[in-house]
Design a binder for this molecule. Sequence first.
Ligand code: PLP
Length: 323
Amino acid sequence: MYMQNAEIKAMGGYLHLQLPKNKEYYPDLIKLNTSRNALEYLLEIKKYSKMYIPYFTCEVMLEPLFKLGIPYQFYHINAQLEPILDFEVGQGECLLYTNYFGLKQAAVKKLSESVNHVIIDNAQAFFSKPLPGVDTIYSCRKFFGVSDGAYLQINTDDRLTLDNDISVHRFSHLIKSIDFGIERSYADFVENEKGLVDNEIMAMSTLTQVILAGIDYEFCKNKRIENFKFLHENLSAINELTFEFPTQTAAMIYPLMISKDGLKDKLIANKIFIPTYWPNVLKWTTPDMLEFKLAKEVIYLPVDHRYDLEDMAYMLGVLKKLL
Ligand SMILES: Cc1ncc(COP(=O)(O)O)c(C=O)c1O
């Protein structure tokens, strides 16, 4: 039933893994294998001659630029995490902006009204809907238990013809973690992530699509909103990030900037796993730059649908003891 290109319909036999059949969150967007490849798709169609890219982003977004031989220039962001536009985006050029942690939808709107050829990277903002006519990309596995998958909104009718990707060989960490837990499956996760590097642009695999169509998005979204709100109510007074956080946002994480040496390691020692966004930024920038501090000092606390307010209160308790 989920098999593709089967010439004769197969019936009977063993039963496959049964997943709920609901609806994808973005059924009408272009479905691809990764968001770096969604960027490649865009660049392939739009033929931009140069891209402006923030210092504060994931290095894999350079992959398509190297592949297609497109020159790029880094730009800085300010304390609001918005672009410092001390350059002009010329004719035939584009600017990539990350909707940081899903907190910058207002900036996305402003930017897309004031700058030509903006590409919005919503990899960290799954629940922020694309603005009409604005090229926007999403990465599914930052928000849900899938091994890959990306969505793309592009404001032209041109399309590339693509084969479907296959995800089953990079899926082990997702299935193992159900029996063994996240920690014992971590090595698989790292290996499977490596498998996403330098892949061709392909359409989203059937496996990823089927999983995405089974998710209860309202539940996931509401949990994130609730958890984020709780952390912000309890941490905003000590948070050195001073820009205004939207209150009803299904953010990716809660970012807490606080000057406290070794806090991240201590949290990790308490099994509260804090990611670094992004290790490459520490190589691209110097310690006097905001981007370096965002990568080095900010504690990115989980707020996702696995957790409720009791979990948030527990995490807050551990954190406060370490401060
Ligand atoms: C902001 C951001 N954009 C894009 C990507 C790339 O997404 P994908 O792995 O789906 O290509 C990442 C990280 O992987 C990211 O953190």
